[in-house]
Design a protein around this ligand. Sequence first.
Ligand SMILES: Cc1cc2nc3c(=O)[nH]c(=O)nc-3n(C[C@H](O)[C@H](O)[C@H](O)COP(=O)(O)O)c2cc1C
Length: 399
Amino acid sequence: MNILLGITGGIAAYKACELARMLIRAGHRVRTCLTDAGSRFVTPLTLATLTGEPCFGANPEYHEWRANPKVEHVDLAKWAELIAVVPATADILGKTANGLADDLLSTVLLAARGPVLWAPTMNHAMWKHPAVQTNLATLRGCGHLVVDPTVGFLAEGETGIGRLAELEDIFEAIQTLAGPQLAAFKGKRILVTGGPTREDLDPVRTLTNRSSGAMGVELARALRNAGACVHLVLGGDLKAPWGIDTVRVRCAQDMLEACENRWPSMDGLIAAAAVADQRPETYAPEKMKKAEGSETLVLVRTPDVLATLSSRKHPGQWVVGFAAESEQHVANAQAKLRKKDLNAVLVNDISAGKGFGAQANCLIPVTLKGASEPIGPLAKEALAQGVVVWLDSHLSGLQ
Ligand SMILES: Cc1cc2nc3c(=O)[nH]c(=O)nc-3n(C[C@H](O)[C@H](O)[C@H](O)COP(=O)(O)O)c2cc1C
């Protein structure tokens, strides 16, 4: 995708250099447009070198960096399939919200054809000023996406809201706007579970499994990028992805309760969590002491999150489960599909060390009709995208 990265006059302008590289690594073509104030913080030469494209700007000194000095604001606006302004000053927000265009970036922004994203950064008092908030509301009202600043230590030595959002989050927000929207998911509410559960024995010991949660997180991202409103119920320690309502859970019972609250208003469920099947019968509030000789741990069944939610499906809702199988993959998956009344099962081959925690993975979609072509082996990000594309073309036939 052609992305125009607007860079304005804030100290965080240096971070835009790294963002440009992240976008290029993700396969985008990036051009930069620097304001005069922005050029005091980073140079056109840096940006032109990093992007391999001319750096555009209103300052005549930049013209030597342009491939075509005749390029005008409308050409650049037409070229850009997405404009991201990172960092965005109070000034550029105010100008665009009020229809002002007194330099190249502000003029291109008014002529924009595609989505516009803002990552503002400023002193906390500036951020809270009603005029800035009104301008942000106006831009949101235009359909622009604002990646809010975070609370932290600001360059001027004060602490408060106004720090540029994490680059990973801004990158994800851009990917969300850049992703092709898929008909099966656009505007749909999807519940995803991911990660391991932890069943505690005492305050320091726990029963868990080796699931990282990466599959659930990547599926949530891929669904978000396809246009869905995603709710993620997540065990484990992975960072919650940007733009996804994420609830953290510890044990199977927590996961069930978090899912039960959300399920009635969802269109579909993808259950990628590795939920513990058993938990210790009792929880010892104090650390258990070792005893002489052999010791016995009594386990009881945890609630079956997937079966419980599937049994409460209402018409139109669909449920996709995962199965980790080391043998007879398709037969075992179809048995699970029937038993739990699922629309599809994604079979994870965990034979010979594949699956949990592995970098590349393979999934076989199984329905009552049989197995589809395997998706993968692929890294989990690409695998999740493959699953979402498969679901997009098969979901209507599964309900
Ligand atoms: C050292 C320094 C840091 C600044 N940081 C910010 C900032 O983070 N956010 C902001 O809104 N303005 C900041 N400003 C003020 C802007 O640079 C100023 O409003 C400028 O006119 C913005 O122009 P532009 O929006 O065309 O880039 C800073 C100014 C200086 C001198």
